[in-house]
Design a protein around this ligand. Structure first.
Ligand SMILES: C[C@@](CO)(OP(=O)(O)O)[C@H](O)COP(=O)(O)OP(=O)(O)OC[C@H]1O[C@@H](n2ccc(N)nc2=O)[C@H](O)[C@@H]1O
Ligand SMILES: Nc1ncnc2c1ncn2[C@@H]1O[C@H](COP(=O)(O)OP(=O)(O)O)[C@@H](O)[C@H]1O
Length: 291
């Protein structure tokens, strides 16, 4: 059996850190939004008891460290499955970018194998399984838009963005999420988000209110190290984005536009310098099985 999936990226419309767990993981409050930028994944069942990962993207590991390998291995062990899978990944989501590309790929493999091996796991069971692969994996399974708490796994669905255009721009640097959290010093954070106020703006569809008040405390680490992030944010505003911010641990910067033409103009200009620039729409779902 062969199954094809769309594995979608996310952006964070806000990130606050409200505490730290004993194991070093940070307690967060984040507003998550799926976007219609996706990787294509094909999973094929094979007779041998093996997990084979293939990708044409040179930045993606093909060994046991690939989160898709970890997801398949977890399912095989938990359900004592003796056949294997060949997984092919076509990457469109920038790698190590703050857009949960890897987490989304892991989520897609869980959803795909649930289908291939008729495991009949409910979405909440898949999300519990996904948490052991990474803090953002449960959200990637659910998709749409959510308030994320805990370490990112306590999810409350929210309405999310609709009629906006989101310009994604990833400068050619690679950021480690672990390093960013490790170097975070909350006393150096200039401004923290008022999460409830942002949720109210989203609920009222007041995109301007959202855009002028979005904050990501992780910018204090990544933006300081890489000035190119501030440069892209300034350009987004110059090209008439309603607001611009870094996503996740970075380095991707996004800008929100209410007008397609303005977004397109900004894209054409930013793409001259930063190859990985995409104009996308918010998306209301998570992983999608292609029939
Ligand atoms: C920052 C965020 C915002 O959505 O996204 P990305 O930048 O990765 O896209 C997430 O919190 C990233 O989630 P995710 O990338 O799944 O994290 P994991 O793989 O579980 O953890 C990677 C490392 O980040 C740190 N980590 C992660 C999540 C969290 N709430 N606190 C942490 O301190 C831990 O040090 C961990 O070793
Ligand atoms: N399927 C995968 N796709 C992308 N990166 C992966 C994957 N599996 C493991 N990785 C590793 O995870 C790291 C973080 O990648 P990624 O998930 O794209 O970052 P982020 O969550 O910041 O967007 C990469 O540097 C890469 O080595």
């Amino acid at each position: 059996m062969v199954i094809k999936l769309k594995s979608r990226a996310k952006i964070n419309l806000s990130i606050d850190v409200v505490g730290k767990r004993e194991d070093g993981y940070h307690l967060v409050e984040m507003i998550m939004q799926s976007i219609d930028l996706y990787d294509n994944i094909q999973i094929e069942e094979i007779k041998e008891d093996k997990i084979i990962i293939q990708s044409e993207n040179k930045n993606v590991p093909l060994d046991e460290s690939n989160i898709m390998y970890k997801a398949a291995s977890l399912v095989k062990q938990k359900f004592n499955i003796k056949t294997g899978v060949k997984i092919n990944l076509h990457k469109n989501i920038p790698v190590a970018a703050g857009m949960a590309g890897g987490s989304s790929n892991g989520a897609a493999v869980l959803v795909g194998l649930n289908n291939i091996w008729n495991l009949n796991l409910r979405e909440d069971e898949l999300m519990d399984l996904g948490l052991s692969l990474g803090a953002d994996v449960p959200f990637c399974i659910m998709g749409g838009a959510a308030l994320a708490q805990g370490i990112g796994e306590k999810l409350t669905k929210i309405k999310g963005l609709k009629d906006t255009h989101i310009l994604i721009c990833k400068p050619n640097i690679f950021v480690s999420t672990k390093d960013v959290y490790t170097n975070l010093d909350m006393s150096k954070v200039r401004k923290r988000p008022d999460t409830q106020m942002l949720l109210d703006y989203i609920n009222k569809e007041d995109i301007k209110g959202l855009c002028t008040n979005m904050e990501n405390v992780l910018e204090s680490v990544t933006e300081k190290k890489y000035p190119v992030i501030s440069e892209i944010k300034n350009k987004m505003i110059k090209y008439k984005a309603l607001g611009s911010m870094m996503s996740g641990s970075g380095p991707t910067v996004f800008g929100i536009f209410d007008d397609y033409e303005k977004g397109q103009y900004a894209k054409e200009n930013l793409k001259l310098i930063h190859e990985e620039t995409y104009l996308v729409k918010p998306y209301g779902g998570g992983i999608e099985i292609e029939r």
